[in-house]
Design a protein around this ligand. Structure first.
Ligand code: PLP
Length: 405
């Protein structure tokens, strides 16, 4: 009662419900293993903690400029030049409360009601909800069966006169897919041809494995940032272990940044200057932390793949980056939400249902934990699903017996 129909329609995430169930199980002392987490345990860089603490200690805690502290914006300009080889001006940058708020501000700034945004499944859960929250229409393009790379012709077919933007997230949450450079280039050309925004959500762009690199959309852009409809979204959450700092940014034409800044000024005013100081110190500090994380996640991916290979009927496309994979469990003939709940209740392992990402039949598994945790979690899943494994398994201090076949 008294709730708008739009707000009511915003998805109540099964993941959050499953996480809550997992929390309650943990509280009761159950040894729950979490493959649902979207953040590794790497600590925030000491420099970031020092940067934030120093600002707090100075009492320098008043409102900051809406679009970000000038010194952080300069650090983002340097990051952009170092990582993308792209010269931008501070006027092309806006700092927001995470990449998430940057995306929301952007969608608010570019969409009128009923405008369409093309999303490429598997896609991050928040994209369709955010598009709908600003009264736009998400149009989801599914990949061909057995893979996670969309076909250009399917994307072209999805573009209509109402399309305003395409969101690309490579490396991809939830699949770990890294889009080939040719696909990114084709998307840039398509966006240019049709006058669309190409939104590159680059939050995982340095977490790429096997000596490869993610191809940035900017590599293929013609013209200057101010004339361009490429928008790059990034932040410190994932690469620097700073999810709780809530600092992200968008780099776009100064006209668009100006409008996004107006939107932000009327909602959050600005991001915490304390956390901005921390983000600035991270960007200017030791960058080896990213390589350390990348290497660990690559090792974890290999452990995860080796364990999943032992699960009969499960097919996994090798992730090229991030800390997620999206194995196909459709051989088990259960709806993904039901399967996730089953694995939580029986095996005490948290997974994320593929339906949330537009990929029913799949489960998203994170490999952010230790190798031992990954091995044990997949062994428990194997025990829960494969009747050829012994009926008894040791979970924590208790023995569980499989009795649901
Ligand atoms: N984009 C993608 C694809 C993500 O997976 C996430 C977090 O899970 C975000 C954006 C949000 O990042 P932030 O913590 O900077 O808001």
């Amino acid at each position: 009662m008294g709730i708008s129909s739009l707000a009511r329609s915003i998805a109540d995430s099964p993941t959050l419900r499953l996480n809550e169930e997992a929390r309650q199980l943990r509280e009761r002392g159950e040894p729950v293993l979490h493959l649902g987490i979207g953040e590794p345990g790497n600590p925030a860089p000491p420099a970031a903690i020092r940067g934030a603490t120093a600002r707090l200690a100075r009492g320098d805690v008043k409102y900051a400029p809406t679009d970000g502290l000038p010194s952080l914006k300069q650090a983002i300009v340097r990051y952009t030049e170092a990582n993308y080889g792209r010269r931008v001006s501070p006027a092309n940058v806006i700092v927001s409360a995470g990449a998430k708020q940057a995306l929301y501000n952007l969608l608010f700034a570019i969409l009128d009601p009923q405008d369409e945004v093309v999303l490429l499944a598997p896609h991050w859960v928040s994209y369709p909800e955010m598009v709908r929250m600003v009264r736009g229409v998400p149009v989801v393009v599914a990949p061909p069966p057995g893979g996670f790379l969309p076909r250009l012709e399917d994307i072209e077919r999805a573009v209509t006169p109402a399309t305003r933007a395409i969101i690309v997230n490579s490396p991809n949450n939830p699949s770990g897919a890294v889009y080939p450079a040719e696909l990114i280039e084709s998307l840039v050309r398509l966006a240019e041809r049709r006058g669309l925004y190409l939104v590159a959500d680059d939050i995982y762009h340095r977490l790429v494995f096997d000596g490869r690199e993610a191809a940035p959309a900017w590599r293929f852009a013609t013209g200057e940032p101010d004339g361009s409809r490429i928008v790059v979204i990034n932040g410190v959450s994932k690469l620097y272990g700073m999810t709780g700092f809530r600092i992200g940014w968008a780099v776009a034409s100064r006209e668009l940044v100006g409008v996004m800044s107006n939107v932000q000024s009327q909602t959050t005013t600005c991001c915490s200057p304390v956390m901005q100081a921390g983000a600035e110190a991270a960007l200017d500090g030791d960058q080896d932390v990213i390589e350390d994380l990348r290497r660990t996640m690559q090792e974890n991916r290999d452990v995860m793949l080796a364990e999943l290979a032992l699960l009969p009927g499960v097919r996994t496309v090798k992730p090229g980056g991030t800390f997620y994979c999206l194995p196909d469990f459709s051989a088990y003939r259960r709806d993904s939400i039901e399967l996730s709940r089953f694995l939580l209740e029986q095996a005490l392992v948290v997974t994320v249902p593929g339906r949330e990402f537009g990929m029913e039949g799949h489960l998203r598994l994170s490999y952010t934990g230790s190798a031992a945790e990954i091995r044990e979690a997949i062994a428990r899943i194997r025990w829960a699903l494969d009747p050829c494994t012994p009926a008894e398994i040791r979970v924590g201090s208790k023995t569980r017996v499989r009795d649901w076949t």
